[in-house]
Design a protein around this ligand. Structure first.
Ligand code: TRH
Length: 379
């Protein structure tokens, strides 16, 4: 039995949508599925508004989906600490808030929610405490892909909703209709969400000369410049449509997280990035490529390979080699056309594998559930 506690989740938007994407989704799930009382402190309401339309960027407090959303301004207004305090991705809590935690007579659980990594040290570091100068303890909570980590964010009904959606051509058609899109018979549907990426041009070359038509769906974002350059147009915006050979390209508006899930469910292949879309594409149960967030000293390659080392379990050596080669090409910008052809040769196996991987991940439990359990157990 979990207790009904109050939670403060602190989020600094470093860049893009990952930080707020993770914390917003977690906050909603803690409320909806675990009956927790959640305040989400976010320093950048304009970015939050992209994920949560209806947000006012100018008020200090507002409610969305049962979450008490607070603007975390430089001028800290002061607040009584919650029972559980999550600093997301090592953001620095207000000094006055930490002092209030230290003074409190209640037991307050302080957690740092870490970035996602498949590296093998994660299991050993997950849930370890560290003593803070003021006598408080802070625990490091690591999401992950293995038993012994904090798991991945997954709503309780997610897979059932996804499976119902994927079984129903009508639901897919209705969703795509929202963007005035109709699926061409026999076409492969691909979504593209990436950073600026030199691999895109060669990949689009390959799609344009493929014997099977492709419909490429690109939500507005940083990769549009590469697509526009390849098309030879000055710029692209939501609503634009272009065709080259066997390839049709549709630019879509940036959508809500729920809509984006459905886009991933619609597609035969998803190109995703960062942390959150990467996880959502795994829940879609379809083959994917990950544009990993580039890090200093190329540290991201270790992360990418650590994930692949887990993911390829049970995959044939040939499909493994093709997958590794395409992911390499996608992330270092060289050879994506040839690598794509190699990948297509294993399309059927990769599709079945993606679905198996989803179910394997479900067996690891989910992040929100594990956080609530951790708190209850700690009490
Ligand atoms: O946006 P990202 O690149 O975010 C992050 C941050 O940059 C972070 O600082 C960095 O450390 C991390 O990457 C690795 O990619 P991500 O994580 O996939 O987040 C995108 C979010 O946007 C995710 O919640 C899905 C959502 N989204 C929509 O809601 N609508 C859309 O149309 C699209 C394309 C995405």
């Amino acid at each position: 039995m979990s207790v009904r506690a109050s939670w403060d989740i602190f989020c600094v938007v470093v860049d893009n949508y990952g930080d707020i994407g993770v914390t917003w989704r977690l906050a909603r799930q803690l409320v909806a599925e675990h009956g927790q009382r959640v305040r989400l402190w976010v320093d950048d309401l304009n970015t939050f508004a992209r994920l949560c339309p209806g947000t006012s960027a100018t008020v200090s407090q507002q409610w969305h989906d049962g979450v008490d959303v607070r603007h975390w301004s430089a001028d800290w207004p002061g607040a009584e600490p919650a029972d559980v305090v999550i600093e997301a991705f090592a953001c620095q809590l207000p000094a006055a808030y930490i002092e209030a935690m230290a003074r409190s007579e209640r037991r307050i659980l302080w957690l740092n929610l870490e970035y996602l990594s498949a590296e093998d040290w994660v299991v050993g570091c997950h849930a370890l405490p560290s003593m803070q100068p003021d006598g408080l303890q802070k625990y490091f909570f690591f999401p992950g892909f293995e038993q012994g980590t904090g798991g991945l964010i997954r709503e309780g009904d997610l897979l059932a909703r996804r499976e119902a959606f994927q079984k129903s051509p009508t639901l897919r058609e209705a969703f795509l209709q929202n963007f005035e899109l109709a699926v061409q018979p026999g076409a492969r549907l691909i979504s593209l969400f990436a950073y600026e990426n030199q691999a895109v041009a060669q990949w689009l070359d390959a799609l344009a000369v493929d014997t099977r038509p492709t419909q490429l769906l690109v939500p507005e974002g940083r990769v549009l410049g590469d697509v526009a350059r390849w098309l030879g147009v000055e710029q692209l915006q939501a609503g634009d449509r272009h065709a080259r050979g066997a390839l049709q390209i549709a630019v879509l508006p940036f959508m809500t997280q729920n809509q984006y899930d459905m886009l991933l469910w619609c597609c035969d292949f998803n190109a995703v990035r960062g942390e959150e879309s990467f996880i959502r594409a795994q829940w879609a149960g379809r083959p994917l490529v990950w544009h990993i967030y580039p890090q200093e000293e190329d540290a991201h390659w270790d992360k990418l390979n650590a994930f692949l080392d887990l993911y390829i379990h049970d995959l044939s050596p040939q499909a493994t080699a093709a997958l590794r080669e395409f992911w390499r090409a996608w992330n270092d910008g060289v050879g994506s056309g040839l690598a794509w052809a190699g990948l297509l040769a294993h399309e059927t196996e990769l599709r079945a594998h993606a679905d198996r991987w989803t179910h394997k991940q479900v067996a690891n439990g989910d992040l929100a559930g594990k956080l609530v359990f951790f708190y209850t157990d700690w009490l």
